[in-house]
Design a protein around this ligand. Structure first.
Ligand SMILES: Nc1ncnc2c1ncn2[C@@H]1O[C@H](COP(=O)(O)OP(=O)(O)OP(=O)(O)O)[C@@H](O)[C@H]1O
Ligand SMILES: [Mg+2]
Length: 255
């Protein structure tokens, strides 16, 4: 698959919370099998845009989305689309690790069970093991699969949440500040994992850390006050941004 294939695209996406407009005609192409970082000052609309990609905004009262979002060229807001299936194809990992109050094993097996991806115990065992392997967690938990997910460290819990997202074979994984609740060592571990995952998944990640965006992403999109200011190769954004607002932000002049 070519490096420049687009997996998802937002076309003139606007989002309103009641009367308040949070996004203004954002158009952004998301490259397949790459990591795209969304950066910008607090409140600029990064999470709002991220949530438009798998319709998580549907769950917020008063929230209205206009414009077009496509996955493999298909409009995800078209009526008749199965939102549960969409969210399996476009998975999400949140800021705070949020394992279900269930065992490590059940956290990972839950999605495949509700999506009917496995039938027999051995099939579930296989999916659980593979997903934990891919999330770089299996060796740490293989002897305690039936202990609660919440008994793990914060960094392990976040990798468990990534394993849970992976278990339903998503094509895209959305991550909203996935490391902000983690210490530097756990952060490094998750960053390493994100770099590994890009080979097989398309990843869109919100981050407040310039260093993190520079370390793990190929593309970076800068948001400011609900506008997508510019998008480019991460190196270009950090060394030679086109827009003054990007320059100010990466120099720490605001945000
Ligand atoms: N559920 C909501 N109801 C009303 N307004 C909201 C809601 N969620 C976000 N907003 C508003 O939309 C704008 C964009 O918020 P959003 O959370 O997308 O920003 P962000 O870039 O993710 O910020 P942060 O870096 O602080 O997470 C803000 O003005 C925010 O107050
Ligand atoms: Mg946010």
């Amino acid at each position: 698959m070519s490096e420049n294939t687009y997996k998802m695209a937002g076309q003139a996406v606007s989002v309103y919370y009641g009367q308040k407009r949070a996004l203004f005609d954002v158009s952004l192409n998301i490259r397949e099998n790459a990591v795209t970082a969304l950066i910008g000052p607090s409140g600029c609309g990064k999470s709002t845009f991220l949530r438009t990609l798998n319709r998580m905004n549907d769950t917020i009262d008063n929230c209205r989305v206009t414009g077009t979002v496509t996955l493999d060229g298909e409009d995800v807001y078209t009526s008749g689309i199965d939102v549960v299936e969409l969210r399996a194809r476009v998975g999400m990992v949140f800021q705070n690790p949020n394992p279900f109050p269930k065992s490590i094993y059940e956290n990972v097996a839950y999605g495949p069970r509700i999506h009917g991806l496995a039938r027999h115990r051995t099939e579930f065992d296989q999916i659980v093991e593979t997903s934990l392997q891919k999330a770089g967690l299996f060796n740490e938990v293989k002897d305690r699969l039936h202990e609660p997910g919440t008994s793990l460290s914060g960094g392990q819990q976040q990798r468990l949440c990534i394993a849970r997202a992976i278990a339903v074979s998503p094509e895209v994984i959305l991550m909203d500040e996935p490391c902000s609740a983690l210490d530097p060592i756990a952060t490094a571990r998750v960053e390493e994992l994100i770099s590994d995952l890009r080979e097989n998944y398309t990843i869109v990640m919100v981050t407040h850390s310039m260093q993190q965006a520079a370390r793990v992403s190929e593309r970076t999109a800068m948001f400011h006050l609900g506008h997508m200011v510019e998008e480019n190769d991460t190196d270009t954004i950090f060394t030679n941004p086109a827009d003054q607002r990007t320059q100010d932000y990466i120099m720490g002049r605001f945000g």
